[in-house]
Design a protein around this ligand. Structure first.
Ligand code: NAD
Length: 345
């Protein structure tokens, strides 16, 4: 039989792209997700088998992990399923209990069952949100070196759960020899991902707003817009994951992200430039924000960017695509989605 890969959370953004790449490489791919299907991909492009199921349920995880042929185990398992979203979902506090409970349940089930069924290697997607808040106060000089993770002080419950689950997978490795790879993603973006509805991330939100705003209008950016971030295009993310997954020595945790840092206002301006419209940025913060939305402005840490020294040192390869290239593809795709939703004249 072909090599086999299981993508948990493959109905989501990164999982869809990863499933496609694995299928294109000739893997037999099974996706499991709580969604009835992928919102944007036709299943036949991203997997051989799509199972709808709730991975908080251990019986679902047991079934998900069973190899299509008896007495065999999956070659590669990618654990991407999580209860997550952009700043409006993660940082308001309103979803903290669900975010922690749902994702921890999934990870507890996955680590246990992957070990029980002897899967050959498991990838776990952690997040840059696990880095200490106190190292990300200066927007021009954040520290996200892997070694800076402790003493721990993430700025969100989402980050705490990621930290717990990193440790869970690494503990299964130490105690039971489960072969794991743990990476910390930093803001992955691109087409075929959530672009509206409240769970979208900043690049998609900026592209959507630029696409929707009429010429001469204003584009709203949450906070001062001076907070900094780095964003990695999805194709480079998938490449970085596979290179990391397919070497035998280094388990991580390691950052997977871009080192090109921009302010959120600069990100918004890139989207505006691709729209070729005359749009002004309007920052909304403090009481104005509270009055309009009914909760305080969820901007997250003031600065964050991937530190790629460790990845480069271990893998001898680095991501390199400029942000604008990925933003162009993303804007074009979101612009099409926005147009498709507009009522026909
Ligand atoms: P996503 O939300 O698009 O995908 C996650 C998928 O998990 C969704 O399809 C969702 O339906 C599924 N899921 C949630 N609960 C489930 C459950 N109980 N049972 C089965 N499926 C369930 O997110 P993404 O952007 O593709 O992120 C994938 C992983 O990478 C997540 O673990 C996320 O925390 C991590 N990550 C992503 C980013 C990013 O910038 N996209 C950054 C850091 C970390």
């Amino acid at each position: 039989m072909k090599k086999t890969a299981l993508v948990l959370g493959g109905g989501g953004f990164i999982g869809g792209h990863l499933g496609k790449r694995l299928k294109d490489e000739g893997f037999y791919v099974r996706i499991v997700d709580i969604k009835t299907g992928h919102e944007f991909w036709d299943h036949t492009m991203i997997c051989d088998e799509y199972l709808e199921g709730d991975l908080r349920d251990p019986r679902v995880v047991e079934k998900a992990m069973q190899h299509p042929e008896e007495a065999q185990a999956f070659d590669e398992v990618y654990q991407l399923a999580a209860d997550m979203g952009g700043a409006g979902y993660i940082f308001t506090g309103a979803n903290d209990a669900n975010v922690m409970h749902n994702s921890a349940m999934i990870n507890l089930n996955v680590a246990f069952e992957a070990n029980r069924q002897g899967v050959k290697r498991v990838f776990y997607s952690s997040s840059a949100c696990m880095y200490p808040e106190h190292n990300q106060i200066d927007p021009s000089n954040p520290n996200c070196e892997e070694s800076s993770a402790y003493p721990a002080n993430p700025d969100s419950e989402y980050g705490w759960e990621k930290l717990f689950s990193e440790r869970l997978f690494l503990a299964f490795n130490r105690n039971y020899g489960l072969d794991v790879r743990v990476a910390r993603f930093h803001n992955i973006f691109g087409p075929m991902g959530t672009w509206t509805g409240g769970k979208e991330k900043a690049p998609a939100a900026m592209c959507r707003k630029a696409a929707e705003t009429p010429n001469g209008g204003e584009l709203e950016v949450w906070g001062t817009g001076q907070q900094t971030r780095s964003f990695l295009y999805i194709d480079e993310c998938v490449e970085a994951v596979l290179r990391f997954m397919r070497q035998d020595d280094f388990k991580g945790p390691v950052n997977i992200g871009s080192e090109e840092m921009v302010t959120i206002n600069e990100l918004a301006q890139i989207a505006i430039d691709f729209s070729e419209k005359n749009i002004a940025i309007k920052n909304i913060d403090g009481e104005d924000f509270q009055e309009k939305y009914g909760f305080s402005c969820p901007v997250g840490v003031m600065g964050r960017k991937s530190d790629n020294k460790l990845y480069h040192q271990q893998m001898g390869w680095s991501v390199s695509q400029p942000l604008k290239v990925g933003m162009k593809y993303t804007f074009e795709w979101i612009n099409e989605q926005v147009k498709a939703r507009q009522p026909k004249q």
